[in-house]
Design a protein around this ligand. Structure first.
Ligand code: SF4
Length: 314
């Protein structure tokens, strides 16, 4: 079968007759229609509490699926980012709005109303703030734990511009999972994340693990941006050496015209291959697939590994 055979240019029609794909993507990137009722309930919770989600702001391709399962990843500290990474569609602002002191409670209330047992909280990069927003993130985490004492929390952070004292605030609060995405391989990092560095991300991940060996550390990359197999393998090796417990690999998709174009749609078999390679290099939990995202189904890991997770006393 040639690569062309994997692309079906005809519109896809569901059993109900609705068009579910324009045929712009290869077959393995076509999705079923979501269940509408929980989807609109999730929207209702997000809107009524005036919180932001990375699902919406970054135009995640899993939005309909995740919202219809009543899950979402909260985006805190506003919806404007001080960086302008080539892959990410979140709005850019040199000077974003001031932090909202009521946001922690609103995020906590939203997590409560959605009935979450595991919550992923991510942030825009706030290079305009001396601590990169670390204190505010801690306040969100504390508010969520106060509202939902049995919840597990995953923080998906920026690199705090290399400010490890800011990072210490998060480590002290001990989210059940600390997540920071290295995003791509070393060579193309400057084009993908021009204000970050590959080595800074690696040192941040290993620093967290060194401070608390039982802290679960997670990272992730996107593929399809022009990287080679050797480079992906090297990145997996680097993440294994940084002692990451969990790694995700997903297909990069262009969220809007102003963002980097997709260089290649990676076949699902290649994802499986990377999963095997990562595991053989010593990464204990590796999730790879076209629609895998850093926060995609992250509650499933927590449910399956309950006994391994240090539930922090809060
Ligand atoms: S994968 Fe993550 S960011 Fe995407 S919709 Fe699901 S929860 Fe949101």
């Amino acid at each position: 079968m040639s690569l062309r055979d994997n692309f079906d240019t005809r519109p896809k029609v569901s059993e109900a007759g609705a068009v579910v794909s324009s045929g712009r993507f290869p077959k393995w990137l076509h999705r079923p229609l979501p269940v509408l009722r929980p989807l609109s309930e999730t929207h209702g919770v997000i809107n009524s509490n005036r919180v932001h989600t990375v699902c919406e702001e970054a135009k995640c391709p899993n939005l309909l699926e995740c919202y219809s399962k009543k899950t979402a990843t909260f985006l805190v500290m506003g919806k404007e980012c001080t960086r302008n990474c080539g892959f990410c569609d979140i709005d850019f602002a040199k000077e974003p709005k001031a932090l909202d002191g009521n946001e922690p409670e609103r995020v906590a209330e939203s997590a409560y109303e959605l009935g979450l047992r595991h919550v992923v909280i991510t942030m825009v990069a706030r290079d305009d703030l001396p601590d990169g927003g670390a204190k505010h993130l801690v306040e969100v985490l504390q508010a969520v734990r106060k509202r939902l004492p049995a919840i597990t929390v995953e923080t998906l952070t920026s690199d705090f511009a290399g400010n490890f004292s800011a990072l210490d605030l998060i480590i002290e609060e001990a989210p059940e999972i600390f997540n920071h995405n290295i995003e791509t391989v070393r060579r193309i990092t400057p084009q993908i994340r021009h204000k970050a560095t590959y080595d800074r991300s690696l040192s941040l991940l290993s620093y967290v693990k060194k401070q608390k060996s039982k802290q679960l550390v997670k990272s992730g990359i996107m593929i399809g941006l022009g990287e080679t197999k050797e480079e992906v393998t090297q990145t997996l090796q680097d993440l294994a050496e940084a002692q990451c417990d969990i790694v995700t690999i997903g297909q990069y998709l262009q969220a809007s015209r102003k963002k980097l174009t997709v260089k290649e749609f990676i076949h699902p078999d290649v994802f499986l291959e990377y999963e095997q390679i990562g595991k053989s290099l010593g990464i204990p939990n590796l999730y790879a697939g076209p629609f895998v995202r850093s926060s995609y189904n992250s509650h499933l890991f927590v449910e399956k590994n309950n006994e391994k997770i240090v539930i922090n006393s809060h």
